[in-house]
Design a protein around this ligand. Structure first.
Ligand SMILES: [Fe+2]
Ligand SMILES: [Fe+2]
Length: 310
Protein backbone atom coordinates (compact mmCIF):
# COMPACT_ATOMS: atom_id res chain seq x y z
CA UNK A 1 0.00 0.00 0.00
CA UNK A 2 1.48 3.38 -0.92
CA UNK A 3 1.89 6.23 1.60
CA UNK A 4 -0.90 8.44 0.22
CA UNK A 5 -3.50 5.65 0.39
CA UNK A 6 -2.35 4.88 3.95
CA UNK A 7 -2.77 8.49 5.11
CA UNK A 8 -6.18 8.78 3.43
CA UNK A 9 -7.27 5.59 5.20
CA UNK A 10 -5.99 6.77 8.58
CA UNK A 11 -7.81 10.09 8.17
CA UNK A 12 -11.07 8.24 7.48
CA UNK A 13 -10.64 6.10 10.62
CA UNK A 14 -10.00 9.34 12.58
CA UNK A 15 -13.17 10.95 11.22
CA UNK A 16 -15.18 7.89 12.26
CA UNK A 17 -13.89 8.30 15.83
CA UNK A 18 -14.84 12.01 15.86
CA UNK A 19 -18.36 11.32 14.59
CA UNK A 20 -18.77 8.35 16.93
CA UNK A 21 -17.97 10.62 19.89
CA UNK A 22 -20.31 13.36 18.67
CA UNK A 23 -23.39 11.16 18.10
CA UNK A 24 -22.88 8.77 21.04
CA UNK A 25 -26.13 7.99 22.89
CA UNK A 26 -27.38 6.12 25.91
CA UNK A 27 -30.11 3.44 25.64
CA UNK A 28 -32.27 4.69 28.51
CA UNK A 29 -31.48 8.42 28.73
CA UNK A 30 -31.60 9.19 24.98
CA UNK A 31 -33.59 6.44 23.24
CA UNK A 32 -36.19 4.99 25.63
CA UNK A 33 -36.69 8.10 27.84
CA UNK A 34 -39.24 6.32 30.06
CA UNK A 35 -41.56 5.63 27.11
CA UNK A 36 -43.54 2.48 26.29
CA UNK A 37 -44.91 1.01 23.09
CA UNK A 38 -48.57 1.50 22.24
CA UNK A 39 -50.35 -1.25 20.25
CA UNK A 40 -52.31 1.50 18.43
CA UNK A 41 -49.18 2.39 16.41
CA UNK A 42 -47.39 0.63 13.59
CA UNK A 43 -43.78 -0.38 14.21
CA UNK A 44 -42.44 -1.04 10.70
CA UNK A 45 -43.51 1.14 7.76
CA UNK A 46 -45.52 -0.32 4.86
CA UNK A 47 -42.48 0.03 2.59
CA UNK A 48 -40.59 -2.51 4.70
CA UNK A 49 -43.43 -4.71 6.01
CA UNK A 50 -44.87 -4.93 2.47
CA UNK A 51 -48.37 -4.44 3.94
CA UNK A 52 -49.92 -4.59 0.45
CA UNK A 53 -48.68 -8.19 0.05
CA UNK A 54 -51.01 -9.26 2.90
CA UNK A 55 -54.05 -9.06 0.63
CA UNK A 56 -56.53 -10.90 2.89
CA UNK A 57 -55.93 -8.78 6.01
CA UNK A 58 -57.86 -5.80 7.40
CA UNK A 59 -56.05 -2.53 8.23
CA UNK A 60 -55.96 -3.44 11.93
CA UNK A 61 -54.49 -6.86 11.08
CA UNK A 62 -51.87 -5.22 8.85
CA UNK A 63 -50.92 -3.00 11.79
CA UNK A 64 -50.47 -6.12 13.91
CA UNK A 65 -48.27 -7.59 11.16
CA UNK A 66 -46.14 -4.42 11.23
CA UNK A 67 -45.70 -4.87 14.99
CA UNK A 68 -44.71 -8.55 14.66
CA UNK A 69 -42.25 -7.65 11.90
CA UNK A 70 -40.90 -4.72 13.94
CA UNK A 71 -40.19 -7.01 16.86
CA UNK A 72 -38.49 -9.47 14.50
CA UNK A 73 -36.54 -6.57 12.93
CA UNK A 74 -35.06 -5.74 16.35
CA UNK A 75 -34.28 -9.42 16.99
CA UNK A 76 -32.62 -9.93 13.61
CA UNK A 77 -30.34 -6.93 14.24
CA UNK A 78 -29.50 -8.29 17.68
CA UNK A 79 -28.64 -11.59 15.98
CA UNK A 80 -26.39 -10.26 13.21
CA UNK A 81 -24.58 -7.89 15.58
CA UNK A 82 -23.27 -10.93 17.48
CA UNK A 83 -21.17 -12.07 14.51
CA UNK A 84 -20.41 -8.53 13.32
CA UNK A 85 -18.92 -7.66 16.70
CA UNK A 86 -16.87 -10.87 16.88
CA UNK A 87 -15.46 -10.18 13.39
CA UNK A 88 -14.62 -6.57 14.29
CA UNK A 89 -12.75 -7.71 17.40
CA UNK A 90 -10.87 -10.28 15.29
CA UNK A 91 -9.94 -7.65 12.67
CA UNK A 92 -8.73 -5.29 15.39
CA UNK A 93 -5.88 -7.77 15.97
CA UNK A 94 -4.28 -6.55 12.71
CA UNK A 95 -3.97 -3.07 14.23
CA UNK A 96 -2.76 -3.95 17.76
CA UNK A 97 0.84 -3.01 16.99
CA UNK A 98 0.08 -0.75 14.03
CA UNK A 99 -2.31 2.12 13.40
CA UNK A 100 -3.65 3.03 16.84
CA UNK A 101 -6.28 5.33 15.29
CA UNK A 102 -7.72 2.40 13.30
CA UNK A 103 -7.64 0.30 16.48
CA UNK A 104 -9.58 2.92 18.44
CA UNK A 105 -12.17 3.20 15.65
CA UNK A 106 -12.75 -0.59 15.73
CA UNK A 107 -12.91 -0.69 19.54
CA UNK A 108 -15.63 1.98 19.46
CA UNK A 109 -17.42 0.03 16.69
CA UNK A 110 -17.38 -3.08 18.92
CA UNK A 111 -18.56 -1.15 21.99
CA UNK A 112 -21.46 0.30 19.99
CA UNK A 113 -22.56 -3.12 18.70
CA UNK A 114 -22.64 -4.47 22.27
CA UNK A 115 -24.83 -1.51 23.24
CA UNK A 116 -27.08 -2.08 20.21
CA UNK A 117 -27.57 -5.73 21.18
CA UNK A 118 -28.65 -4.58 24.66
CA UNK A 119 -31.03 -2.04 23.06
CA UNK A 120 -32.62 -4.71 20.86
CA UNK A 121 -33.08 -7.10 23.81
CA UNK A 122 -34.85 -4.24 25.59
CA UNK A 123 -37.05 -3.53 22.55
CA UNK A 124 -38.00 -7.21 22.28
CA UNK A 125 -39.10 -7.23 25.93
CA UNK A 126 -40.98 -3.90 25.60
CA UNK A 127 -42.78 -5.12 22.46
CA UNK A 128 -43.71 -8.26 24.42
CA UNK A 129 -45.38 -6.04 27.04
CA UNK A 130 -48.00 -4.77 24.56
CA UNK A 131 -48.38 -7.69 22.12
CA UNK A 132 -50.15 -11.05 22.70
CA UNK A 133 -48.17 -13.90 24.28
CA UNK A 134 -46.76 -16.63 22.05
CA UNK A 135 -44.19 -14.74 19.90
CA UNK A 136 -41.06 -16.83 19.26
CA UNK A 137 -37.60 -15.97 18.00
CA UNK A 138 -35.70 -19.20 18.56
CA UNK A 139 -32.67 -18.66 16.33
CA UNK A 140 -29.53 -18.76 18.48
CA UNK A 141 -27.22 -15.76 17.77
CA UNK A 142 -24.16 -17.70 18.96
CA UNK A 143 -24.84 -20.70 16.69
CA UNK A 144 -25.35 -18.33 13.74
CA UNK A 145 -22.16 -16.43 14.62
CA UNK A 146 -20.14 -19.67 14.74
CA UNK A 147 -21.45 -20.70 11.32
CA UNK A 148 -20.88 -17.25 9.77
CA UNK A 149 -17.39 -16.88 11.20
CA UNK A 150 -16.50 -20.25 9.63
CA UNK A 151 -16.51 -18.43 6.27
CA UNK A 152 -13.67 -16.23 5.03
CA UNK A 153 -13.25 -12.67 6.31
CA UNK A 154 -13.88 -11.31 2.80
CA UNK A 155 -17.30 -13.00 2.66
CA UNK A 156 -18.23 -11.90 6.20
CA UNK A 157 -17.23 -8.28 5.48
CA UNK A 158 -19.28 -8.30 2.27
CA UNK A 159 -22.36 -9.41 4.21
CA UNK A 160 -21.61 -6.95 7.03
CA UNK A 161 -21.27 -3.92 4.74
CA UNK A 162 -24.50 -4.92 3.03
CA UNK A 163 -26.35 -5.06 6.38
CA UNK A 164 -24.88 -1.85 7.78
CA UNK A 165 -25.72 0.07 4.61
CA UNK A 166 -29.32 -1.14 4.48
CA UNK A 167 -29.97 0.02 8.07
CA UNK A 168 -29.36 3.56 6.84
CA UNK A 169 -31.42 3.09 3.70
CA UNK A 170 -34.39 1.67 5.64
CA UNK A 171 -34.38 4.56 8.06
CA UNK A 172 -34.09 7.34 5.50
CA UNK A 173 -36.38 5.92 2.80
CA UNK A 174 -39.07 4.19 4.83
CA UNK A 175 -39.02 4.68 8.60
CA UNK A 176 -38.36 8.43 8.88
CA UNK A 177 -41.02 9.61 6.36
CA UNK A 178 -43.88 7.39 7.72
CA UNK A 179 -46.15 9.56 9.92
CA UNK A 180 -48.13 6.57 11.26
CA UNK A 181 -45.27 4.88 13.10
CA UNK A 182 -44.60 4.55 16.82
CA UNK A 183 -42.37 7.50 17.80
CA UNK A 184 -40.39 5.23 20.09
CA UNK A 185 -39.81 2.66 17.34
CA UNK A 186 -38.73 5.48 14.99
CA UNK A 187 -36.26 6.80 17.56
CA UNK A 188 -34.73 3.35 18.09
CA UNK A 189 -33.80 3.21 14.41
CA UNK A 190 -32.83 6.88 14.20
CA UNK A 191 -30.28 6.44 16.98
CA UNK A 192 -29.16 3.08 15.61
CA UNK A 193 -28.61 4.56 12.15
CA UNK A 194 -26.51 7.42 13.56
CA UNK A 195 -23.89 4.93 14.80
CA UNK A 196 -24.26 2.51 11.88
CA UNK A 197 -23.11 5.22 9.45
CA UNK A 198 -19.59 5.00 10.90
CA UNK A 199 -19.68 1.20 10.91
CA UNK A 200 -20.37 1.09 7.18
CA UNK A 201 -17.34 3.32 6.50
CA UNK A 202 -15.15 1.08 8.68
CA UNK A 203 -16.48 -2.08 6.98
CA UNK A 204 -15.48 -0.65 3.64
CA UNK A 205 -12.00 0.34 4.84
CA UNK A 206 -11.39 -3.05 6.43
CA UNK A 207 -12.82 -4.91 3.44
CA UNK A 208 -10.52 -3.05 1.01
CA UNK A 209 -7.52 -3.58 3.32
CA UNK A 210 -8.25 -7.31 3.60
CA UNK A 211 -9.06 -7.68 -0.12
CA UNK A 212 -5.70 -6.22 -1.12
CA UNK A 213 -3.94 -9.20 0.52
CA UNK A 214 -5.93 -11.90 -1.31
CA UNK A 215 -5.01 -13.86 -4.42
CA UNK A 216 -7.52 -14.06 -7.28
CA UNK A 217 -8.25 -17.69 -6.32
CA UNK A 218 -8.91 -16.81 -2.69
CA UNK A 219 -11.25 -14.00 -3.74
CA UNK A 220 -13.10 -16.29 -6.14
CA UNK A 221 -13.69 -18.81 -3.33
CA UNK A 222 -14.80 -15.93 -1.06
CA UNK A 223 -17.43 -14.89 -3.62
CA UNK A 224 -18.90 -18.40 -3.36
CA UNK A 225 -18.81 -18.14 0.43
CA UNK A 226 -20.66 -14.80 0.29
CA UNK A 227 -23.34 -16.53 -1.81
CA UNK A 228 -23.47 -19.32 0.81
CA UNK A 229 -23.90 -16.73 3.57
CA UNK A 230 -26.79 -15.05 1.74
CA UNK A 231 -28.42 -18.50 1.36
CA UNK A 232 -27.92 -19.08 5.11
CA UNK A 233 -29.59 -15.71 5.86
CA UNK A 234 -32.48 -16.85 3.67
CA UNK A 235 -32.74 -20.07 5.69
CA UNK A 236 -33.11 -18.00 8.87
CA UNK A 237 -35.76 -15.81 7.20
CA UNK A 238 -37.76 -18.89 6.15
CA UNK A 239 -37.78 -20.18 9.75
CA UNK A 240 -38.85 -16.81 11.17
CA UNK A 241 -41.49 -16.17 8.46
CA UNK A 242 -43.08 -19.50 9.43
CA UNK A 243 -42.90 -18.67 13.16
CA UNK A 244 -44.33 -15.16 12.71
CA UNK A 245 -47.14 -16.31 10.39
CA UNK A 246 -48.05 -19.02 12.92
CA UNK A 247 -48.06 -16.45 15.74
CA UNK A 248 -50.28 -14.12 13.70
CA UNK A 249 -52.79 -16.89 12.93
CA UNK A 250 -52.89 -18.02 16.57
CA UNK A 251 -53.42 -14.54 18.04
CA UNK A 252 -55.29 -12.43 15.45
CA UNK A 253 -58.67 -13.26 17.00
CA UNK A 254 -60.32 -15.09 14.09
CA UNK A 255 -60.01 -18.38 12.28
CA UNK A 256 -57.37 -18.49 9.52
CA UNK A 257 -57.85 -21.30 6.99
CA UNK A 258 -55.00 -23.36 5.54
CA UNK A 259 -54.88 -21.51 2.21
CA UNK A 260 -54.86 -18.09 3.86
CA UNK A 261 -52.21 -19.25 6.36
CA UNK A 262 -49.95 -20.24 3.45
CA UNK A 263 -50.51 -16.85 1.77
CA UNK A 264 -49.67 -15.01 5.02
CA UNK A 265 -46.48 -17.03 5.49
CA UNK A 266 -45.48 -16.31 1.88
CA UNK A 267 -46.07 -12.57 2.45
CA UNK A 268 -43.94 -12.61 5.62
CA UNK A 269 -41.13 -14.31 3.69
CA UNK A 270 -41.41 -11.85 0.81
CA UNK A 271 -41.16 -8.95 3.29
CA UNK A 272 -38.18 -10.47 5.11
CA UNK A 273 -36.35 -11.19 1.86
CA UNK A 274 -36.93 -7.57 0.85
CA UNK A 275 -35.74 -6.22 4.21
CA UNK A 276 -32.64 -8.37 4.72
CA UNK A 277 -31.52 -9.44 1.25
CA UNK A 278 -32.81 -7.49 -1.75
CA UNK A 279 -32.92 -3.94 -0.34
CA UNK A 280 -29.24 -4.24 0.63
CA UNK A 281 -28.20 -6.01 -2.56
CA UNK A 282 -29.75 -3.15 -4.56
CA UNK A 283 -28.06 -0.45 -2.46
CA UNK A 284 -26.09 1.68 -4.95
CA UNK A 285 -23.04 2.10 -2.72
CA UNK A 286 -22.89 -1.60 -1.89
CA UNK A 287 -23.02 -2.40 -5.60
CA UNK A 288 -20.27 0.13 -6.32
CA UNK A 289 -17.90 -1.20 -3.64
CA UNK A 290 -18.59 -4.84 -4.50
CA UNK A 291 -18.16 -4.40 -8.26
CA UNK A 292 -14.87 -2.60 -7.59
CA UNK A 293 -13.51 -5.78 -5.99
CA UNK A 294 -14.87 -8.56 -8.23
CA UNK A 295 -14.90 -9.61 -11.88
CA UNK A 296 -17.97 -9.39 -14.11
CA UNK A 297 -18.31 -13.17 -14.02
CA UNK A 298 -18.28 -13.16 -10.20
CA UNK A 299 -20.91 -10.40 -10.24
CA UNK A 300 -23.12 -12.52 -12.50
CA UNK A 301 -22.78 -15.49 -10.09
CA UNK A 302 -23.98 -13.31 -7.21
CA UNK A 303 -26.89 -11.89 -9.22
CA UNK A 304 -27.95 -15.39 -10.34
CA UNK A 305 -27.97 -16.58 -6.71
CA UNK A 306 -30.00 -13.56 -5.58
CA UNK A 307 -32.52 -14.13 -8.38
CA UNK A 308 -33.43 -17.55 -6.91
CA UNK A 309 -34.63 -15.90 -3.67
CA UNK A 310 -38.10 -14.79 -4.77
FE1 LIG B 1 -25.79 -1.87 15.29
FE1 LIG C 1 -23.16 -1.77 13.11
Amino acid sequence: MNAIVKIAGSERYARCIQTSKRVRWDVEADVIRGRHFDAAHKFLPDGLSLADAFTTLSDDEKRFVSQIQGRTYANVFGLVERFINAKVLELSHDHWFGDQVALEALVRFSDEELKHQALFRRIDAMAGDVLPDGYRFDIDPNAVAHAVLGKSTWAVLALTLDIELFTQLHYRQSIEPDAGLSELFKDVFLYHWKEESQHAILDELEWARHDAALTAEQRDRAVDEFIELVAAVDGILQVQAKADAGYFAATCGRAVGAAEARAIEAAFLEAYRWQYIHSGAQHPHFGKVLSGLITEDQGRRIQAALATLH
